[in-house]
Design a protein around this ligand. Structure first.
Ligand SMILES: *[C@@H]1O[C@H](CO)[C@@H](O)[C@H](O)[C@H]1NC(C)=O
Ligand SMILES: *[C@@H]1O[C@H](CO)[C@@H](O)[C@H](O)[C@H]1NC(C)=O
Ligand SMILES: *[C@@H]1O[C@H](CO)[C@@H](O)[C@H](O)[C@H]1NC(C)=O
Length: 291
């Protein structure tokens, strides 16, 4: 068992590196007009939300049981879809498949990595281990792709797959995971929490959004506020310690802290004996050569 405390410093630095930036989208954006309809009509915090990685990393913990590389000529549907989306790729020689087991879940997470991805498998395992187990349970696979042109980095969430390009920060990684919490981490029967009246009401009572990314739409805004709520829950002095204008976004992060399913932010197997549950279903395993 590899405790994070003893994990290589280099890995942690890798996760810490960089600053918050608008991800380079992998799919062409709809015309500006369409995006502007969703754009949120609130000012951005001054100064804008800093990258929360250092505090999150110092206070989140989990442990990796095992990283097992596949060597059986198999891949899964979702990895294949994303790997082939980046152009010419030899699925047999360019893609690494892994099963990563954490101490709080018997069932491993299947992850895949393009051999030129800057995110290494150990760094990904360390980052993923830091996400509390219930929040992590919503994620199907983590898919690591090479940086986009000009070393662009991004994290996206595609049907509960976290797709990593380049070298995003841990904060950005959390935001990628948070989008699945939007769909599954709150007590909702229909639709994402970011579209709920409760969320809209919390938003309406506040006077700002955390950063420019959050102002794009409610889904991005909620994802940033989930990272903030996670920070507020775990880091001594909470978000008030790092955001001078915290009162302007307070109703939003407090709503998340109140409405997220019990223990979504807090529990880890190694500390509380809590295990994963309601894991997202894996995509189908297929031979690499199947057309
Ligand atoms: C945006 O907010 C300002 C200030 O609250 C308000 O005056 C303005 O009408 C709003 N614009 C839209 C398009 O809702
Ligand atoms: C992380 O886990 C280790 C081993 O269980 C423990 O000693 C350490 O105090 C934990 N750190 C935090 C920040 O929870
Ligand atoms: C990896 O884990 C999946 C899901 O538990 C399992 O179906 C598969 O057989 C495992 N593959 C290897 C090579 O261990």
């Amino acid at each position: 068992m590899v405790h994070l405390k003893t994990a290589l410093h280099a890995l942690i630095e890798l996760v810490c590196a960089g600053t918050l930036a608008i991800p380079a989208p992998s799919i062409p954006l709809p015309p500006l007009l369409v995006r502007d309809v969703e754009r949120l009509n609130k000012s951005i915090l001054q100064p804008a939300l800093p990258d929360l990685s250092p505090g999150l990393i110092a206070n989140l913990n989990g442990s990796i049981e095992k990283i097992k590389r596949w060597d059986n000529g198999m891949i899964n549907e979702d990895c294949k879809k994303w790997m082939t989306s980046i152009g010419a790729v030899n699925l047999k020689t360019d893609v690494e498949m892994y099963n990563i087991t954490f101490s709080d879940c018997a069932q491993p997470w299947v992850m895949c990595r393009h051999k030129f991805a800057s995110y290494k498998i150990d760094a990904t395992a360390v980052a993923f281990a830091r996400i509390p187990v219930l929040m992590r349970s919503h994620i199907r696979h983590v898919i690591m792709l090479p940086a986009t042109n000009h070393n662009g980095k991004s994290i996206s969430n595609d049907l509960d797959n976290v797709v990593v390009m380049g070298d995003p920060t841990f904060h950005e990684f959390v935001v990628g995971v948070a989008k699945s919490m939007d769909s599954h981490g709150f007590d909702r029967t229909v639709g994402p929490f970011s579209k709920s009246p409760k969320w809209q009401s919390a938003f309406d009572r506040d006077t700002a959004v955390p950063n420019s990314l959050a102002s794009l739409n409610q889904q991005e805004n909620l994802a940033q506020l989930v990272a903030i709520a996670l920070y507020d829950t775990h880091v001594p002095n909470g978000i008030k310690g790092v955001v001078p204008q915290w009162e302007k976004i307070r109703n939003q992060y407090e709503e998340i802290e109140k409405d997220a399913f019990n223990n979504e932010f807090t529990e880890y197997g190694e500390r509380e004996g809590l295990k994963c549950k309601d894991r997202a279903r894996d995509s189908e395993i297929i031979p690499v050569w199947r057309g």
